[in-house]
Ligand binder design. Sequence first.
Ligand code: IPE
Ligand code: IPE
Ligand code: MG
Length: 243
Amino acid sequence: MQTSTQNKPAGENVPRHIAIILDGNGRWARKRGLPRTAGHAVGSETFRKIALYCRNIGVDYLTVYAFSTENWKRPEEEVRTIMRLLNKYLREAIDTMERDRIKMRVFGDVSGLPEELQDLVAETNRISERYEGFQANICLNYGGRAEIVHAAERYAADLLEGKTEGPLTEERFSSYLYSSGIPDPDLLIRPGGEQRISNFLLWQCAYSEFYFTDVLWPDFSTDELDKAIEVYRRRDRRYGGVK
Ligand code: IPE
Ligand code: IPE
Ligand code: MG
Protein backbone atom coordinates (compact mmCIF):
# COMPACT_ATOMS: atom_id res chain seq x y z
CA MET A 1 0.00 0.00 0.00
CA GLN A 2 1.42 3.33 -0.94
CA THR A 3 0.70 6.17 1.42
CA SER A 4 1.79 9.22 -0.48
CA THR A 5 -0.33 11.78 1.35
CA GLN A 6 1.34 14.02 3.88
CA ASN A 7 -0.46 13.08 7.10
CA LYS A 8 1.00 15.95 9.11
CA PRO A 9 2.68 19.21 8.19
CA ALA A 10 6.37 18.52 7.86
CA GLY A 11 9.13 20.65 9.26
CA GLU A 12 7.26 21.92 12.32
CA ASN A 13 9.83 20.75 14.82
CA VAL A 14 9.43 17.18 13.61
CA PRO A 15 12.40 15.23 14.96
CA ARG A 16 14.90 14.77 12.17
CA HIS A 17 15.96 11.38 13.51
CA ILE A 18 13.77 9.02 15.57
CA ALA A 19 15.14 5.85 17.15
CA ILE A 20 12.87 3.08 18.46
CA ILE A 21 13.57 0.00 20.57
CA LEU A 22 11.04 -2.48 19.18
CA ASP A 23 10.08 -4.13 22.45
CA GLY A 24 7.10 -6.07 23.78
CA ASN A 25 6.44 -8.54 20.96
CA GLY A 26 6.67 -11.58 23.23
CA ARG A 27 4.33 -10.20 25.88
CA TRP A 28 1.86 -9.08 23.22
CA ALA A 29 1.63 -12.68 22.00
CA ARG A 30 1.52 -14.23 25.46
CA LYS A 31 -1.43 -12.01 26.40
CA ARG A 32 -3.30 -13.60 23.49
CA GLY A 33 -2.26 -17.16 24.27
CA LEU A 34 -0.05 -17.20 21.15
CA PRO A 35 3.60 -18.26 20.78
CA ARG A 36 6.07 -15.37 21.24
CA THR A 37 6.99 -15.65 17.59
CA ALA A 38 3.47 -14.50 16.60
CA GLY A 39 4.31 -11.19 18.30
CA HIS A 40 7.44 -10.84 16.17
CA ALA A 41 5.39 -11.36 13.00
CA VAL A 42 2.90 -8.62 13.92
CA GLY A 43 5.77 -6.41 15.14
CA SER A 44 7.40 -6.49 11.72
CA GLU A 45 4.15 -5.20 10.15
CA THR A 46 4.08 -2.41 12.73
CA PHE A 47 7.55 -1.42 11.64
CA ARG A 48 6.45 -1.19 8.01
CA LYS A 49 3.54 1.07 8.98
CA ILE A 50 5.57 3.34 11.26
CA ALA A 51 8.41 3.68 8.74
CA LEU A 52 6.01 4.89 6.03
CA TYR A 53 4.38 7.28 8.46
CA CYS A 54 7.75 8.72 9.51
CA ARG A 55 8.60 9.29 5.86
CA ASN A 56 5.25 11.01 5.30
CA ILE A 57 5.55 13.45 8.19
CA GLY A 58 9.02 14.58 7.22
CA VAL A 59 11.31 12.57 9.51
CA ASP A 60 14.65 12.03 7.74
CA TYR A 61 15.95 8.98 9.63
CA LEU A 62 14.29 6.18 11.57
CA THR A 63 16.60 3.77 13.39
CA VAL A 64 15.07 0.66 14.93
CA TYR A 65 16.53 -1.95 17.25
CA ALA A 66 15.36 -5.29 15.91
CA PHE A 67 17.91 -7.84 17.17
CA SER A 68 20.65 -7.25 19.73
CA THR A 69 24.01 -8.94 20.25
CA GLU A 70 22.40 -10.31 23.45
CA ASN A 71 19.27 -11.70 21.77
CA TRP A 72 21.20 -14.83 20.68
CA LYS A 73 20.63 -16.02 24.27
CA ARG A 74 17.00 -16.73 23.40
CA PRO A 75 15.66 -20.22 22.65
CA GLU A 76 16.96 -21.51 19.31
CA GLU A 77 13.49 -21.80 17.84
CA GLU A 78 12.68 -18.14 18.61
CA VAL A 79 15.97 -16.94 17.09
CA ARG A 80 15.34 -19.07 13.99
CA THR A 81 11.88 -17.59 13.56
CA ILE A 82 13.16 -14.03 14.00
CA MET A 83 15.82 -14.67 11.31
CA ARG A 84 13.14 -16.11 9.02
CA LEU A 85 10.94 -13.05 9.53
CA LEU A 86 13.86 -10.71 8.86
CA ASN A 87 14.50 -12.64 5.67
CA LYS A 88 10.91 -12.24 4.60
CA TYR A 89 10.89 -8.58 5.60
CA LEU A 90 14.02 -7.72 3.62
CA ARG A 91 12.82 -9.63 0.56
CA GLU A 92 9.57 -7.68 0.55
CA ALA A 93 11.39 -4.43 1.28
CA ILE A 94 13.66 -4.96 -1.73
CA ASP A 95 10.53 -5.19 -3.89
CA THR A 96 8.94 -2.04 -2.49
CA MET A 97 11.82 0.28 -1.49
CA GLU A 98 11.82 2.03 -4.80
CA ARG A 99 8.06 2.55 -4.85
CA ASP A 100 7.96 3.70 -1.23
CA ARG A 101 11.09 5.84 -1.64
CA ILE A 102 12.69 4.27 1.42
CA LYS A 103 16.42 3.92 1.70
CA MET A 104 17.59 1.23 4.09
CA ARG A 105 20.78 0.50 5.98
CA VAL A 106 21.67 -2.21 8.47
CA PHE A 107 23.69 -1.37 11.59
CA GLY A 108 25.42 -4.23 13.35
CA ASP A 109 27.77 -7.15 12.78
CA VAL A 110 26.26 -8.49 9.58
CA SER A 111 28.95 -11.20 9.34
CA GLY A 112 27.33 -12.92 12.33
CA LEU A 113 23.97 -13.28 10.55
CA PRO A 114 22.86 -16.32 8.50
CA GLU A 115 24.34 -16.21 5.01
CA GLU A 116 21.07 -15.72 3.16
CA LEU A 117 20.32 -12.71 5.34
CA GLN A 118 23.79 -11.30 4.66
CA ASP A 119 23.07 -11.44 0.93
CA LEU A 120 19.77 -9.62 1.39
CA VAL A 121 21.47 -6.93 3.48
CA ALA A 122 24.04 -6.44 0.70
CA GLU A 123 21.22 -6.14 -1.84
CA THR A 124 19.28 -3.55 0.20
CA ASN A 125 22.51 -1.54 0.63
CA ARG A 126 23.11 -1.67 -3.12
CA ILE A 127 19.58 -0.46 -3.94
CA SER A 128 19.76 2.26 -1.28
CA GLU A 129 22.80 3.82 -2.90
CA ARG A 130 20.59 4.74 -5.83
CA TYR A 131 18.49 7.32 -4.06
CA GLU A 132 18.31 10.10 -1.57
CA GLY A 133 15.63 10.79 0.96
CA PHE A 134 14.05 9.10 3.97
CA GLN A 135 16.30 6.43 5.46
CA ALA A 136 15.41 3.52 7.73
CA ASN A 137 18.27 1.95 9.68
CA ILE A 138 17.66 -1.53 11.04
CA CYS A 139 19.91 -2.65 13.88
CA LEU A 140 20.61 -6.37 13.53
CA ASN A 141 23.10 -8.26 15.64
CA TYR A 142 23.71 -4.81 17.05
CA GLY A 143 25.08 -3.76 20.44
CA GLY A 144 26.14 -0.25 21.42
CA ARG A 145 29.29 -1.46 23.19
CA ALA A 146 30.22 -3.79 20.34
CA GLU A 147 29.80 -0.88 17.92
CA ILE A 148 32.19 1.30 19.92
CA VAL A 149 34.80 -1.49 20.19
CA HIS A 150 34.47 -2.22 16.47
CA ALA A 151 34.95 1.49 15.68
CA ALA A 152 38.03 1.64 17.93
CA GLU A 153 39.52 -1.38 16.16
CA ARG A 154 38.94 0.14 12.74
CA TYR A 155 40.39 3.48 13.80
CA ALA A 156 43.50 1.76 15.24
CA ALA A 157 43.95 -0.20 12.00
CA ASP A 158 43.69 2.98 9.91
CA LEU A 159 46.16 4.71 12.19
CA LEU A 160 48.69 1.88 11.82
CA GLU A 161 48.29 1.92 8.06
CA GLY A 162 48.67 5.70 7.95
CA LYS A 163 45.15 6.17 6.56
CA THR A 164 44.25 8.57 9.35
CA GLU A 165 46.16 10.62 11.85
CA GLY A 166 45.71 11.96 15.37
CA PRO A 167 44.41 13.61 17.38
CA LEU A 168 41.28 11.52 17.65
CA THR A 169 38.27 13.81 17.90
CA GLU A 170 34.66 12.92 18.70
CA GLU A 171 33.77 13.76 15.15
CA ARG A 172 36.41 11.52 13.64
CA PHE A 173 35.52 8.67 16.00
CA SER A 174 31.84 9.01 15.01
CA SER A 175 32.82 8.40 11.41
CA TYR A 176 33.88 4.86 12.38
CA LEU A 177 30.48 4.00 13.86
CA TYR A 178 27.73 2.25 11.87
CA SER A 179 25.85 5.55 11.99
CA SER A 180 28.62 7.45 10.20
CA GLY A 181 27.26 10.53 8.45
CA ILE A 182 23.86 10.37 10.18
CA PRO A 183 22.84 12.96 12.79
CA ASP A 184 22.28 11.68 16.34
CA PRO A 185 18.70 10.66 17.24
CA ASP A 186 16.60 13.56 18.49
CA LEU A 187 13.98 11.31 20.00
CA LEU A 188 14.39 7.78 21.34
CA ILE A 189 11.18 5.83 21.93
CA ARG A 190 10.92 2.62 23.93
CA PRO A 191 7.53 0.90 23.90
CA GLY A 192 6.94 -2.23 26.00
CA GLY A 193 7.10 -0.68 29.48
CA GLU A 194 10.82 -1.07 30.26
CA GLN A 195 12.78 2.06 31.03
CA ARG A 196 16.28 1.10 30.01
CA ILE A 197 18.57 1.45 27.00
CA SER A 198 19.50 -2.26 26.63
CA ASN A 199 22.77 -1.48 24.82
CA PHE A 200 21.19 0.62 22.05
CA LEU A 201 23.04 3.55 20.42
CA LEU A 202 25.11 4.28 23.53
CA TRP A 203 27.31 6.83 21.79
CA GLN A 204 24.62 8.47 19.66
CA CYS A 205 22.03 8.99 22.43
CA ALA A 206 24.20 11.38 24.46
CA TYR A 207 21.61 14.16 24.06
CA SER A 208 18.55 12.36 22.72
CA GLU A 209 15.16 12.94 24.33
CA PHE A 210 13.75 9.68 25.76
CA TYR A 211 10.08 8.68 25.59
CA PHE A 212 8.83 5.53 27.31
CA THR A 213 5.38 3.98 26.91
CA ASP A 214 3.69 0.82 28.19
CA VAL A 215 2.14 0.17 24.77
CA LEU A 216 3.61 -3.06 23.38
CA TRP A 217 5.34 -2.71 20.01
CA PRO A 218 2.78 -4.71 17.95
CA ASP A 219 0.07 -2.31 19.23
CA PHE A 220 2.14 0.81 18.53
CA SER A 221 0.20 3.10 16.20
CA THR A 222 0.73 6.32 14.29
CA ASP A 223 -1.31 8.03 17.05
CA GLU A 224 1.23 6.78 19.58
CA LEU A 225 4.00 8.23 17.46
CA ASP A 226 2.17 11.56 17.26
CA LYS A 227 1.89 11.53 21.05
CA ALA A 228 5.63 10.91 21.44
CA ILE A 229 6.42 13.72 18.99
CA GLU A 230 4.06 16.05 20.86
CA VAL A 231 5.91 15.35 24.12
CA TYR A 232 9.22 15.83 22.32
CA ARG A 233 8.09 19.23 21.06
CA ARG A 234 7.54 20.42 24.63
CA ARG A 235 10.99 19.36 25.79
CA ASP A 236 13.62 21.97 26.46
CA ARG A 237 16.89 20.76 24.93
CA ARG A 238 19.73 22.56 26.65
CA TYR A 239 22.77 20.41 25.76
CA GLY A 240 24.38 21.38 29.05
CA GLY A 241 23.89 25.10 28.52
CA VAL A 242 21.35 27.55 29.93
CA LYS A 243 18.44 29.29 28.29
C1 IPE B 1 11.31 -7.32 20.97
O1 IPE B 1 10.29 -7.99 21.63
C2 IPE B 1 11.88 -8.12 19.82
C3 IPE B 1 13.26 -8.60 20.05
C4 IPE B 1 14.02 -8.29 21.05
C5 IPE B 1 13.81 -9.49 19.03
P1 IPE B 1 10.61 -9.02 22.76
O2 IPE B 1 10.76 -10.37 22.14
O3 IPE B 1 11.75 -8.60 23.60
O4 IPE B 1 9.27 -8.99 23.59
P2 IPE B 1 9.11 -9.05 25.16
O5 IPE B 1 9.95 -7.95 25.73
O6 IPE B 1 9.59 -10.40 25.59
O7 IPE B 1 7.67 -8.85 25.40
C1 IPE C 1 15.98 -4.80 23.40
O1 IPE C 1 14.94 -5.57 23.85
C2 IPE C 1 16.52 -5.35 22.11
C3 IPE C 1 15.63 -5.25 20.97
C4 IPE C 1 14.45 -4.74 20.98
C5 IPE C 1 16.18 -5.75 19.74
P1 IPE C 1 15.17 -6.79 24.85
O2 IPE C 1 13.84 -7.37 25.12
O3 IPE C 1 16.21 -7.70 24.31
O4 IPE C 1 15.80 -6.05 26.11
P2 IPE C 1 15.78 -6.43 27.65
O5 IPE C 1 16.23 -7.87 27.76
O6 IPE C 1 14.38 -6.26 28.14
O7 IPE C 1 16.70 -5.46 28.29
MG1 MG D 1 11.90 -7.51 25.30
